[in-house]
Ligand binder design. Structure first.
Ligand code: UDP
Ligand code: MG
Length: 307
């Protein structure tokens, strides 16, 4: 292994960028190989780009990419991975939640012959109970439903060998659930455990709405289990309805029950209506996915490039 490129997606990170740059450069200086940093500005609204631009002008080991608008972290990472042609590539967050000092440990495992070394967090500082609970629940559901299990408590912070990066590059789907794609590629993968710090400065871009959408995306990109579930719910509802119909018929024939049963009728109609709408929503989710993939749009556009 001769060279290493560190890909850093950054969206409105002006507050932490100087601190991040100092720490990553200190780590790279100590490494026994040619280290580079590739910043990808994901259409920031603050002066993130001018800072990255200045960094690239001052240091030949810094490369900078500016996307034409905010495409989201997944696309920004993809842009970086498309450009990085080192023997090993590290993906890391700009907000210092992933400690750059862990990179030597990742490299060491890679030298042992692993293609993907991901950093798994042992504890989570600065995150609420609710967030911890929901993320645990998400991983559990993913593990159950997905064909490619995503490692638990693992973000995008990881080191990849050149062939793993090349493999990842060949996956051009537009709905990019990176954690799933990383896992899907395969090769020899291993984990390094670390403590995840709280964000050093600035704001997280992930509110619950975006996180929920990411979770739905993860599920529907890597599993068709929800479709299967809809089938099962439909079949059981039909079976129950059939049994209930026999009971109603018998009541009329044997006891000659006069017309009544408005409440039951109401409950049955509402229940079936709800179940149908839900199943339709699930199908719609997959149809929408097929639609956006079939448009074959590029994943990102590059506005400017430095270094
Ligand atoms: N990020 C990005 N584009 C976005 C949102 C985030 O490139 O639209 C970057 C952000 O600058 C940071 C990383 O992705 O380097 C993780 O973002 P954040 O810290 O907001 O996510 P969290 O750590 O809360 O999951
Ligand atoms: Mg963060």
């Amino acid at each position: 292994m001769q060279s290493l490129t560190v890909v850093v997606p950054a969206y409105n990170e002006a507050a932490v960028l100087p601190a991040f740059h100092q720490r990553i450069m200190a780590v790279l200086d100590a490494l026994p190989l040619a280290g580079r940093v590739l910043y990808v500005d994901d259409g920031s609204a603050d002066n993130t780009w001018s800072m990255i631009d200045a960094l690239a002008a001052a240091d030949p080991r810094v490369t900078a990419l500016k996307l034409s608008r905010n495409f989201g972290k997944e696309a920004a990472m993809t842009a970086g991975l498309d450009r990085a042609d080192a023997d090993a590539v590290v993906v890391i967050d700009a907000d210092l939640q992933d400690p750059p000092e862990l990179i030597p440990a990742l490299l060491e495992r890679a030298r042992e012959g692993y293609d993907v070394v991901y950093a798994t967090r042992a504890e989570r500082d600065g995150e609420s109970r609710v967030k911890r609970f929901t993320s645990a629940a998400f991983y559990r559901v993913m593990e159950r439903l997905s064909d490619t299990p995503v490692p638990r408590d693992t973000g995008d912070f990881r080191l990849m060998s050149r062939r793993a990066v090349l493999a990842l590059r060949s996956l051009r789907e537009r709905q990019r659930f990176m954690k799933g794609l990383f896992a899907w590629v395969g090769y020899r993968q291993t984990a390094v455990i670390y403590r995840r710090d709280a964000r050093a400065a600035g704001q997280t871009k992930w509110n619950y709405w975006r996180l929920t959408n990411l979770a739905i995306e993860g599920l529907t990109s890597f599993s068709t289990a929800p479709l299967r579930l809809a089938t099962w719910v439909g079949m059981s509802a039909a079976l129950l309805a059939f049994i209930y119909a026999i009971w109603v018929l018998l009541k009329v024939l044997v006891w000659g029950d006069p017309v009544r049963g408005y409440p039951t009728l109401m409950v049955v109609i509402l229940f079936l209506g709800g179940a149908q709408l839900m199943a339709l929503g699930v199908i719609g989710e997959y149809v929408g996915r097929t639609y956006s993939e079939s448009k074959q749009r590029p994943i990102y556009f590059i506005d400017e490039e430095r270094g």
